[in-house]
Design a binder for this molecule. Structure first.
Ligand SMILES: [Fe+2]
Length: 399
């Protein structure tokens, strides 16, 4: 038995109008202050007014949502008793809304109950439908079943990766009107998050025929349209395709899993607070090289990435798989340059002293990430240390 979980997806220009068809009178909107200032919440509430719906707004989500903020949102949600929970925002907002949804449906649960082995969570939706509306093109959170929650414990901020397939929203409304306002730097960072999802999802140990097809399409769309959307944010065709790519990548890795790059990215983010997409974008090249250097002959990474390189026309069909796979890595490096993203941790203005001081903690946090066990090539502590160090210095992986 295997699984493929997905929301109903409405995409393209004017997708927001689909809200009219979702039954329920009272909507609980989860969002953040920045989106309110940008006028995005108003775009949504104008539609709700037009469709005769009532709403209450929780606009207090902060980046890397903290447990106490989620609990505050839950209290507000329980007292409002909505029929629909609408998440309008990026990954932090959507993760918060998914957690609030579960804790609203089961008020007796605490955050630690939001784990994959809790059978009750398959039945979310008896009180409210969940609608996710992404405003960035990257996290894929509108399709996935994992939520990342920050908790301060043992003197450090930890990222809890709570997950359950029941968290998959009922609807994802993927309307390019929202990401069209993203500045170019955010367009690049979030676009690389989508690329990391699709590439890690393509090689992860839980990859499957459904996720493979979606990863390939997402990678193709990101390579074709991200540079265009980066250069000209008003190009709505490119915006629409990058937005679709992020959702398609979400479906891919949500049903396959991300691996080492996300373990390292979450660990790095917990300590240095670099934008998630920028961090996983940096690690992507190094962890892909590391996986390609696997000496286990049964490993499929070279065959998978070699085929990708050929399918996208980067290599000839008769080329050796490993050679073709390395061309795919060169293409990632080129794309990173095209959208002006850093390729080394050193470029993030983290001093060597700060880096060295935190290296043991970075490695230890990687082992707390479920992504670590999803890699086609496992990494031990000394290999994680080397991976971080090579990524800091910008050295190709030779082990
Ligand atoms: Fe990600």
């Amino acid at each position: 038995m295997w699984y493929f979980f997905s929301p109903n997806i409405i995409y393209g220009e004017d997708a927001l109008d689909f809200l009219e068809n979702i039954s329920g009178k009272k909507c609980f909107i989860v969002s953040d202050k920045n989106l309110e200032e940008l006028g995005y919440i108003k775009i949504l509430t104008d539609k709700l007014d037009k469709f005769g719906r009532q709403y209450e707004i929780f606009n207090d989500v902060k980046p890397d949502p903290r447990e106490e903020d989620i609990l505050a949102a839950r209290e507000k949600c329980i007292s409002y008793a909505p029929d629909i929970i609408i998440a309008l925002g990026g990954g932090s907002v959507i993760d918060t809304a998914k957690s609030v949804w579960a804790l609203y449906e089961y008020p007796q649960f605490v955050v630690d109950d939001l784990h994959p082995f809790n059978p009750d969570l398959y039945n979310l939706g008896s009180k409210a439908k969940m609608v996710a509306i992404p405003t960035t093109s990257g996290t894929g959170a509108e399709t996935t079943w994992a939520v990342v929650i920050s908790r301060f414990e043992d003197n450090v901020w930890k990222k809890l990766e709570q997950a359950h397939r029941g968290f998959t929203p009922n609807y994802a409304i993927v309307d390019p009107i929202f990401p069209s306002g993203m500045p170019s730097k955010l367009t690049a960072g979030t676009g690389f998050d989508a690329l990391a999802h699709s590439l890690e999802g393509l090689t992860a140990v839980w990859r499957n025929e459904f996720s493979n097809a979606l990863s390939l399409k997402a990678i193709e769309l990101v390579f074709k349209y991200l540079p265009i959307a980066y250069k000209d944010g008003n190009n709505m065709e490119a915006r629409d395709y990058v937005h679709q790519a992020a959702t398609i990548a979400g479906l891919a890795f949500g049903n396959s899993q991300a691996h080492l790059g996300h373990a390292m990215g979450h660990s790095w983010g917990a300590i240095f607070h670099t934008h998630h997409g920028v961090a996983v974008g940096i690690f992507l090249v190094y962890i892909t090289q590391f996986c390609l250097n696997n000496t286990d002959e049964s490993d499929q990474t070279a065959a998978i990435l070699g085929k990708l390189s050929k399918q996208l026309g980067w290599s000839k069909w008769e080329d050796d798989d490993k050679k073709a796979a390395y061309i795919a890595i060169d293409k990632i490096k080129e794309l990173q340059k095209q959208v002006n993203l850093p390729s080394r941790l050193k470029d993030l203005e983290i001093s060597r002293e700060d880096f060295d001081k935190n290296l043991d903690m970075l490695v230890s946090l990687c082992f707390q990430s479920s992504c670590s066990v999803m890699s086609p090539r496992g990494s031990n502590a000394s290999e994680f240390k080397k991976l971080f160090t090579y990524a800091y210095e910008g050295k190709d992986i030779d082990f």
